[in-house]
Write a protein that binds this ligand. Structure first.
Ligand SMILES: *[C@@H]1O[C@H](CO)[C@@H](O)[C@H](O)[C@H]1NC(C)=O
Length: 196
């Protein structure tokens, strides 16, 4: 499944439309996620390029030689996700609602606010699909066992990223969490390797 970068840019552009100071932290979340999506694609592109030189029937020697490169790129993805999560957490708003109770996206009253949440949701969705699809491609070549050490941190940091976005936007992004769980379950993986 592929989403066009254009539609992401178009959606991300919406964040610039929020003139209210109250919405700045949400715009920041959107720009941080936009940057992350771009960064992640650099590393998934590198992984894909390496995978293209291999097939499931490549020799063990060829695969063993390529694995460190792929692993390093997954480590870079993990670092990028964690850095973004830290940046998002640092946005901790002084203007947070007095009662930080969670609410579902469906009941966000302000249309601009809802649009920011929608944009963040789309970006998280794109990031998750990009990373998990690339993990799936790597598993097809190397098998799960050889990759767990690299991909467990990535799935754990994706889950932490979702939590950070939920906290800062004060919404529950259950569709995104379900997507991550479902895609990982399809690969017989779990978040952060828990229970694996
Ligand atoms: C890498 O490959 C995966 C799986 O085919 C694909 O979903 C993803 O978009 C690709 N990414 C890049 C940057 O080529």
């Amino acid at each position: 499944m592929r989403f066009s970068a254009f539609s992401v840019c178009a959606l991300a552009g919406l964040s610039a439309a929020g003139p209210l100071g109250d919405l700045n932290r949400r715009a920041d979340v959107v720009s941080l996620l936009t940057d992350l999506y771009a960064n992640v694609q650099v590393y998934t592109g590198a992984i894909n390029a390496t995978l293209e030189t291999l097939s499931p029937s490549s020799s063990v020697i060829e695969k063993t030689a390529a694995l460190p490169q792929v692993g390093e790129a997954f480590n870079s993805i993990n670092t990028a996700i964690k850095d973004t999560t830290s940046s998002i957490s640092e946005l901790t708003p002084e203007d947070a609602p007095a009662e930080p109770e969670k609410r579902s996206v469906g009941v966000v009253a302000h249309p601009v606010e809802k649009r920011q949440v929608d944009t963040a949701t789309v970006l998280l969705t794109l990031i998750i699909i990009e990373v998990v699809a690339t993990i799936a491609g790597a598993i097809a070549i190397f098998g799960v066992a050889a990759l767990l050490i690299y991909i467990n941190p990535v799935t754990g940091s994706l889950a932490a990223l979702i939590l950070a976005v939920q906290l800062i936007l004060n919404v529950v992004l259950s569709s995104v969490t379900i997507l991550l769980n479902t895609l990982l379950a399809g690969l017989a993986l779990t978040i952060g390797g828990l229970g694996a």
